[in-house]
Design a protein around this ligand. Sequence first.
Ligand SMILES: Nc1nc2c(c(=O)[nH]1)N[C@H]1C(S)=C(S)[C@@H](COP(=O)(O)O)O[C@H]1N2
Ligand SMILES: [Mo]
Length: 412
Amino acid sequence: GNGLVHRRMFLMAGTAAAASIASAALPNPAAADALQVEPWMKLPGSGFVGYGQPSKYEDKVVRTWNTAPGTIGTGTSRTPHHLLDGMITPNGLHFERHHSGIPDINPDTHRLLIHGLVKRPLIFTLETLARYPMESRIAFIECGGNGQLLYQKEPAQVGVQQIHGQVSCAEWTGVKLAVLLQEAGVDPKAKWILAEGADAAGMSRSIPMEKVMDDALVALYQNGEHVRPANGYPMRLLLPGYEGNMNVKWLRRIKATESPTMTKDETSKYTITLPDGKSLQFVLPQEGKSVITRPSPGLTMKEPGLYEISGLAWSGYGKINKVEVSADGGKSWAAAALQQPVLPKALTRFRMAWQWNGGPAVLQSRAIDDTGYVQPTREQMIAKRGTRTIFHSNAITTWSISDKGEVKHVYA
Ligand SMILES: Nc1nc2c(c(=O)[nH]1)N[C@H]1C(S)=C(S)[C@@H](COP(=O)(O)O)O[C@H]1N2
Ligand SMILES: [Mo]
């Protein structure tokens, strides 16, 4: 409905549909004569640099943040998803969430201690750790508070960066925590671990042993380079699909325990307060979710014609199976094309061709994962959870398009 084009259109070269994409380029009968010899073709370009930076013309592609007055680096910075494409977040644009700023850790003196219910407590240096077999996996990290603006009564007049910018996706490389715990001789009585960071917040969380043994990684590298200081240098815990908060950065201590430790961040925070005042604790995976990143607020549509609707989908339960897009506020839905690779617990890029007729439209996307979980509407989410919590907000986000092409956040 309302101009959505079947996803197989992308595969049909030479059809009328493909021809109408070409009309989005500037029509020019004397195409070859239109190319100028530009100034940068008349002189050699600049030389080499040690560490490359994006083009100076891309200086608007930045994280944004608001920190409370009197705090330094405490708060969150957000990824500009409306200005990116693909599934990987560049390291310099990975969102950041610090409870007490970024510690300046000397990698030579940093230690990782494994103790508690183990036969042999062990201390690792960065060097000894790097001698264990490493593996890589692409995974998203999403703050449990991402999307919390959707719990508000009125739709916040902001865009995808401010609403959903606390999710990013990278290739993480490191040593499986299961290997290190086996090395320490973990006691079968240990059903949880405590993970603690080396920042001034000493942030710590309890993690079920099942998850630890399944896919927890002590990550040393992020998209091929050492983990950035903001993201946990020299090592962080990666728990694919679990609440961002549990992915403890600047990891310095793992303690095997019989039961959860009940740390500050799993009692006073990162719990879901229900309408009746009771709280859900240890709601650990981030549920299935998606958002249209283009078009989205701040990206104004130009003339009517063929456009691509594009966005991101992810689920802490597994792989994205399907993303459906609506251009009429949820009255009709069509399946979007999923861009390969589609990986479990990683951001998945979806695309949908759309013939915009220049009239009003209401865009939505809905993710369905391989466990059958369907992303809820905002109404469904609030019916289940109420509005006393700020966590695990995964409802469908709605963008309205006006006949002037302006994109606005609305509630359906
Ligand atoms: N040691 C420590 N680990 C931490 C935090 C912190 O403040 N200190 N913040 C947590 C929170 S709330 C989130 S959402 C993620 C954010 O990871 P990122 O900053 O790499 O995006 O790290 C988690 N790990
Ligand atoms: Mo978080």
